[in-house]
Design a protein around this ligand. Sequence first.
Ligand code: HPA
Length: 280
Amino acid sequence: MQPNQKSESMIDQIRETADFLKKKTGLSPEAGIVLGSGLGGLVDEIEVSHTIPYKEIPNFLKSTVEGHAGKFIFGKLGGKQVVAMQGRFHYYEGYPMQKVTFPIRVMKLLGVHTLFVSNAAGGLNPAFETGDLMIIRDHINHFPEHPLRGPNLDEFGTRFPEMSEVYCKKLIGKAKRIASENKIKFQTGVYIGSPGPTLETPAEYKMFRIWGADSTGMSTVPEVIVARHSGMRCFGISVITNLTEPSEMEKPTTHEEVQEVAGQAAKKMTVIFKSLIEEL
Ligand code: HPA
Protein backbone atom coordinates (compact mmCIF):
# COMPACT_ATOMS: atom_id res chain seq x y z
CA MET A 1 0.00 0.00 0.00
CA GLN A 2 1.26 3.50 -0.84
CA PRO A 3 1.65 5.89 2.11
CA ASN A 4 -0.76 8.39 0.54
CA GLN A 5 -3.50 5.80 0.13
CA LYS A 6 -3.21 5.05 3.83
CA SER A 7 -3.76 8.71 4.71
CA GLU A 8 -6.82 8.99 2.45
CA SER A 9 -8.49 5.99 4.01
CA MET A 10 -7.58 7.15 7.51
CA ILE A 11 -9.35 10.48 6.94
CA ASP A 12 -12.38 8.69 5.48
CA GLN A 13 -12.53 6.38 8.48
CA ILE A 14 -12.28 9.25 10.99
CA ARG A 15 -15.08 11.11 9.17
CA GLU A 16 -17.26 8.01 8.95
CA THR A 17 -16.89 7.36 12.69
CA ALA A 18 -17.57 10.99 13.65
CA ASP A 19 -20.65 11.07 11.38
CA PHE A 20 -21.94 7.86 12.95
CA LEU A 21 -21.60 9.33 16.46
CA LYS A 22 -23.11 12.68 15.47
CA LYS A 23 -26.11 10.93 13.96
CA LYS A 24 -26.52 8.62 16.93
CA THR A 25 -26.22 11.29 19.65
CA GLY A 26 -27.05 14.60 17.95
CA LEU A 27 -24.42 16.07 20.30
CA SER A 28 -21.36 18.20 19.82
CA PRO A 29 -19.25 17.85 23.00
CA GLU A 30 -16.73 20.58 23.77
CA ALA A 31 -14.54 18.62 26.18
CA GLY A 32 -13.07 15.15 25.72
CA ILE A 33 -11.95 13.00 28.64
CA VAL A 34 -9.68 9.95 28.49
CA LEU A 35 -9.96 7.80 31.59
CA GLY A 36 -6.92 5.78 32.59
CA SER A 37 -6.67 2.38 34.20
CA GLY A 38 -8.93 2.21 37.28
CA LEU A 39 -10.05 5.83 36.84
CA GLY A 40 -13.47 5.13 35.31
CA GLY A 41 -15.21 6.35 38.50
CA LEU A 42 -15.47 9.83 36.99
CA VAL A 43 -18.31 8.53 34.85
CA ASP A 44 -20.56 8.44 37.94
CA GLU A 45 -20.51 12.25 37.89
CA ILE A 46 -21.61 12.50 34.25
CA GLU A 47 -25.30 12.99 33.48
CA VAL A 48 -25.11 10.30 30.83
CA SER A 49 -27.21 10.61 27.70
CA HIS A 50 -25.56 7.93 25.52
CA THR A 51 -23.25 5.00 26.27
CA ILE A 52 -21.77 3.46 23.15
CA PRO A 53 -19.53 0.39 23.45
CA TYR A 54 -16.48 0.59 21.19
CA LYS A 55 -17.49 -2.63 19.50
CA GLU A 56 -20.58 -0.86 18.10
CA ILE A 57 -18.58 2.04 16.67
CA PRO A 58 -17.39 1.68 13.07
CA ASN A 59 -13.58 1.62 12.63
CA PHE A 60 -12.98 1.40 16.40
CA LEU A 61 -10.82 -1.24 18.01
CA LYS A 62 -11.75 -3.37 20.96
CA SER A 63 -10.01 -2.46 24.21
CA THR A 64 -8.43 -5.66 25.50
CA VAL A 65 -7.18 -4.81 28.99
CA GLU A 66 -8.91 -5.77 32.19
CA GLY A 67 -10.29 -2.72 33.96
CA HIS A 68 -10.74 -0.88 30.68
CA ALA A 69 -14.45 -1.12 29.96
CA GLY A 70 -14.27 0.14 26.37
CA LYS A 71 -17.11 2.64 25.92
CA PHE A 72 -17.68 6.15 24.67
CA ILE A 73 -19.88 8.04 27.13
CA PHE A 74 -21.73 11.19 26.09
CA GLY A 75 -23.36 13.49 28.61
CA LYS A 76 -23.04 16.57 30.77
CA LEU A 77 -20.33 17.23 33.32
CA GLY A 78 -19.97 20.55 35.11
CA GLY A 79 -22.81 21.89 32.94
CA LYS A 80 -20.94 21.19 29.66
CA GLN A 81 -21.38 18.57 26.97
CA VAL A 82 -18.53 16.05 27.24
CA VAL A 83 -17.48 12.79 25.67
CA ALA A 84 -15.50 10.40 27.83
CA MET A 85 -13.49 7.37 26.84
CA GLN A 86 -13.89 4.70 29.48
CA GLY A 87 -10.97 2.56 28.39
CA ARG A 88 -8.33 3.61 25.90
CA PHE A 89 -6.18 1.83 23.34
CA HIS A 90 -2.56 1.14 24.18
CA TYR A 91 0.44 0.59 21.97
CA TYR A 92 1.31 -2.57 23.92
CA GLU A 93 -1.97 -4.15 22.82
CA GLY A 94 -0.39 -4.37 19.39
CA TYR A 95 -2.14 -1.48 17.64
CA PRO A 96 -0.37 0.98 15.37
CA MET A 97 -0.20 4.49 16.82
CA GLN A 98 -2.65 5.83 14.22
CA LYS A 99 -5.25 3.46 15.66
CA VAL A 100 -4.29 4.19 19.29
CA THR A 101 -4.96 7.88 18.66
CA PHE A 102 -7.92 7.46 16.28
CA PRO A 103 -10.57 8.38 18.91
CA ILE A 104 -8.87 11.71 19.60
CA ARG A 105 -9.28 12.77 15.98
CA VAL A 106 -12.88 11.60 16.05
CA MET A 107 -13.40 13.80 19.12
CA LYS A 108 -11.92 16.73 17.21
CA LEU A 109 -14.45 16.28 14.40
CA LEU A 110 -17.25 16.09 16.99
CA GLY A 111 -16.28 19.56 18.20
CA VAL A 112 -14.00 18.86 21.18
CA HIS A 113 -11.62 21.77 21.79
CA THR A 114 -10.14 20.74 25.16
CA LEU A 115 -8.83 17.27 26.04
CA PHE A 116 -8.54 15.97 29.60
CA VAL A 117 -6.28 12.92 29.93
CA SER A 118 -5.55 10.72 32.91
CA ASN A 119 -3.32 7.78 33.62
CA ALA A 120 -2.13 5.44 36.33
CA ALA A 121 1.62 5.89 36.61
CA GLY A 122 4.71 4.87 38.50
CA GLY A 123 6.17 7.67 40.63
CA LEU A 124 9.82 8.41 39.86
CA ASN A 125 10.18 11.54 41.98
CA PRO A 126 11.33 10.47 45.47
CA ALA A 127 9.06 13.10 47.05
CA PHE A 128 5.93 11.37 45.71
CA GLU A 129 3.64 9.08 47.71
CA THR A 130 1.28 6.38 46.51
CA GLY A 131 -2.15 7.86 45.70
CA ASP A 132 -0.75 11.31 44.87
CA LEU A 133 -2.12 13.22 41.90
CA MET A 134 0.49 14.69 39.58
CA ILE A 135 -0.59 17.51 37.29
CA ILE A 136 1.37 16.89 34.08
CA ARG A 137 3.31 19.98 33.06
CA ASP A 138 5.25 18.33 30.21
CA HIS A 139 6.02 14.92 28.77
CA ILE A 140 8.77 12.84 27.22
CA ASN A 141 7.86 10.65 24.25
CA HIS A 142 9.69 7.34 24.67
CA PHE A 143 7.52 5.27 22.31
CA PRO A 144 9.26 3.64 19.35
CA GLU A 145 6.54 4.76 16.89
CA HIS A 146 5.36 8.35 16.47
CA PRO A 147 1.61 8.90 16.00
CA LEU A 148 2.21 11.60 13.36
CA ARG A 149 4.65 9.53 11.32
CA GLY A 150 3.57 9.12 7.70
CA PRO A 151 1.66 11.49 5.44
CA ASN A 152 0.47 14.53 7.36
CA LEU A 153 -3.29 14.86 7.79
CA ASP A 154 -3.45 18.52 6.75
CA GLU A 155 -7.14 18.68 7.67
CA PHE A 156 -6.07 18.43 11.32
CA GLY A 157 -2.80 20.31 11.54
CA THR A 158 0.62 21.19 10.28
CA ARG A 159 3.48 18.81 9.33
CA PHE A 160 5.82 20.00 12.09
CA PRO A 161 3.74 20.91 15.14
CA GLU A 162 5.58 22.89 17.75
CA MET A 163 5.54 21.54 21.28
CA SER A 164 6.60 24.41 23.54
CA GLU A 165 3.43 24.34 25.65
CA VAL A 166 1.77 20.97 25.25
CA TYR A 167 -0.14 21.11 28.54
CA CYS A 168 -2.08 24.38 28.82
CA LYS A 169 -0.47 26.59 31.47
CA LYS A 170 -3.74 28.40 32.10
CA LEU A 171 -5.55 25.13 32.87
CA ILE A 172 -2.64 24.00 35.07
CA GLY A 173 -2.91 27.25 37.05
CA LYS A 174 -6.64 26.81 37.49
CA ALA A 175 -6.21 23.16 38.49
CA LYS A 176 -3.75 24.12 41.23
CA ARG A 177 -6.21 26.66 42.60
CA ILE A 178 -9.09 24.14 42.47
CA ALA A 179 -6.96 21.49 44.22
CA SER A 180 -5.97 23.92 46.97
CA GLU A 181 -9.56 25.12 47.47
CA ASN A 182 -10.67 21.50 47.84
CA LYS A 183 -7.72 20.53 50.07
CA ILE A 184 -6.49 18.03 47.50
CA LYS A 185 -2.77 17.34 47.70
CA PHE A 186 -1.11 17.56 44.30
CA GLN A 187 2.28 17.32 42.67
CA THR A 188 3.36 18.78 39.35
CA GLY A 189 5.80 17.09 37.00
CA VAL A 190 6.94 15.49 33.77
CA TYR A 191 5.40 12.23 32.51
CA ILE A 192 7.38 9.81 30.39
CA GLY A 193 5.37 7.50 28.15
CA SER A 194 7.00 4.21 27.21
CA PRO A 195 5.73 1.19 25.30
CA GLY A 196 5.29 -1.46 28.01
CA PRO A 197 3.79 -3.96 28.64
CA THR A 198 6.59 -4.76 31.11
CA LEU A 199 6.95 -2.41 34.02
CA GLU A 200 10.45 -0.98 34.28
CA THR A 201 13.53 -2.56 35.78
CA PRO A 202 15.19 -0.64 38.63
CA ALA A 203 17.87 0.53 36.17
CA GLU A 204 15.21 1.81 33.75
CA TYR A 205 13.36 3.72 36.49
CA LYS A 206 16.68 5.30 37.47
CA MET A 207 17.36 6.26 33.85
CA PHE A 208 13.92 7.90 33.49
CA ARG A 209 14.54 9.91 36.65
CA ILE A 210 17.92 11.08 35.34
CA TRP A 211 16.19 12.13 32.10
CA GLY A 212 13.99 14.47 34.14
CA ALA A 213 10.74 12.52 34.43
CA ASP A 214 8.60 12.43 37.57
CA SER A 215 6.09 9.75 36.54
CA THR A 216 5.98 6.93 33.99
CA GLY A 217 3.26 5.01 32.22
CA MET A 218 2.26 3.36 28.96
CA SER A 219 -0.20 5.86 27.48
CA THR A 220 -1.19 9.53 27.20
CA VAL A 221 1.74 10.86 25.16
CA PRO A 222 0.47 9.66 21.73
CA GLU A 223 -3.07 10.95 22.42
CA VAL A 224 -1.80 14.34 23.57
CA ILE A 225 0.52 14.69 20.55
CA VAL A 226 -2.40 14.06 18.19
CA ALA A 227 -4.63 16.43 20.16
CA ARG A 228 -2.02 19.20 20.00
CA HIS A 229 -1.49 18.55 16.29
CA SER A 230 -5.16 19.40 15.77
CA GLY A 231 -4.99 22.47 18.03
CA MET A 232 -6.81 21.11 21.09
CA ARG A 233 -5.89 22.42 24.52
CA CYS A 234 -4.65 19.63 26.79
CA PHE A 235 -4.69 18.99 30.51
CA GLY A 236 -3.45 15.79 32.16
CA ILE A 237 -3.18 14.09 35.53
CA SER A 238 -1.09 11.08 36.56
CA VAL A 239 -2.31 9.09 39.53
CA ILE A 240 0.76 7.72 41.25
CA THR A 241 -0.07 4.06 41.84
CA ASN A 242 3.37 2.73 42.76
CA LEU A 243 6.75 4.06 43.78
CA THR A 244 9.90 3.13 41.96
CA GLU A 245 12.80 3.92 44.29
CA PRO A 246 15.06 0.89 44.87
CA SER A 247 13.83 0.46 48.48
CA GLU A 248 10.20 0.47 47.25
CA MET A 249 10.92 -2.11 44.57
CA GLU A 250 11.46 -4.96 47.04
CA LYS A 251 7.75 -5.76 46.73
CA PRO A 252 6.89 -5.97 43.01
CA THR A 253 3.97 -3.91 41.69
CA THR A 254 0.88 -5.79 40.46
CA HIS A 255 -1.79 -4.65 38.01
CA GLU A 256 -4.40 -5.20 40.76
CA GLU A 257 -2.59 -2.78 43.07
CA VAL A 258 -2.40 -0.20 40.33
CA GLN A 259 -6.18 -0.50 39.80
CA GLU A 260 -6.95 -0.32 43.52
CA VAL A 261 -4.89 2.83 44.18
CA ALA A 262 -6.22 4.47 41.03
CA GLY A 263 -9.83 3.70 42.05
CA GLN A 264 -9.35 5.53 45.35
CA ALA A 265 -7.59 8.54 43.81
CA ALA A 266 -10.19 8.85 41.03
CA LYS A 267 -12.48 10.85 43.31
CA LYS A 268 -9.91 13.61 43.78
CA MET A 269 -9.13 13.67 40.08
CA THR A 270 -12.84 13.90 39.29
CA VAL A 271 -13.21 17.04 41.44
CA ILE A 272 -10.42 18.73 39.47
CA PHE A 273 -11.64 17.68 36.00
CA LYS A 274 -15.25 18.62 36.79
CA SER A 275 -14.36 22.06 38.16
CA LEU A 276 -12.08 22.79 35.21
CA ILE A 277 -14.82 21.80 32.78
CA GLU A 278 -17.33 24.00 34.64
CA GLU A 279 -14.99 26.95 34.06
CA LEU A 280 -14.34 26.27 30.36
N1 HPA B 1 5.48 1.80 34.90
C1 HPA B 1 4.75 1.86 33.76
N2 HPA B 1 3.43 1.98 33.74
C2 HPA B 1 2.78 2.03 34.92
C3 HPA B 1 3.48 1.98 36.15
C4 HPA B 1 4.89 1.85 36.13
O1 HPA B 1 5.59 1.77 37.18
N3 HPA B 1 2.54 2.07 37.13
C5 HPA B 1 1.33 2.18 36.52
N4 HPA B 1 1.48 2.16 35.18
